[in-house]
Design a protein around this ligand. Structure first.
Ligand SMILES: [Cu+2]
Length: 163
């Protein structure tokens, strides 16, 4: 499913990858993808572009659940590819999503899970940003803006747990 991505997220103008693979909008860098007042805080997001001949990109980030009840990440979407799936244990999609405990976190790090963007349309280059929507049972839709970070380049540093 392709979603209509907002041109502006959290006051930061972001780029969206359309069906054509072309980048729309300006692409300022931003480490934080949401503000600490949100129930779900996503930090340290980045996307590794596909390594040819693969057409799959992998997104990494840390999700904090700042609320007093557990939440479940049930689906992920991105307009940057033909399909987007959550892989937290090997390369098998998490059919029922992933539970994030109250005041807990989900860390997707290299070798320990990712959001896989399959069939990437266009070429993802350093400096571009990819929009990913995370859908939670309680918190609803959370937009993540993930800069493209090629292999070997420095990745964003996740901020600590929100207080
Ligand atoms: Cu995967």
């Amino acid at each position: 499913m392709r979603l209509p991505w907002p041109a502006v997220t959290g006051g930061v103008v972001v780029a969206a990858l359309g069906a054509s693979g072309l980048i729309r909008g300006a692409v300022p860098q931003s480490a934080a993808s949401s503000t600490p007042t949100d129930p779900i805080v996503v930090t340290g997001a980045f996307v590794r572009p596909p390594l040819p001949p693969s057409k799959n990109a992998a997104a990494y980030f840390t999700v904090y659940n700042t609320t007093d009840r557990a939440d479940r990440l049930i689906s992920v979407e991105s307009g940057a590819g033909t399909d987007t799936v959550l892989h937290t244990s090997g390369m098998t999609a998490d059919a029922n999503g992933v539970v994030i405990p109250a005041h807990g976190r989900l860390s997707l790090t290299v070798g320990r899970g990712h959001v896989m963007i399959e069939g990437v349309t266009g070429i993802l280059k350093a400096g571009q940003q990819v929009n990913i929507e995370l859908d939670f049972v309680n918190a609803g839709a959370v937009e993540v803006t993930a800069p493209v970070v090629p292999l070997g380049a420095t990745t964003p540093t996740p901020s600590g747990a929100p207080s």
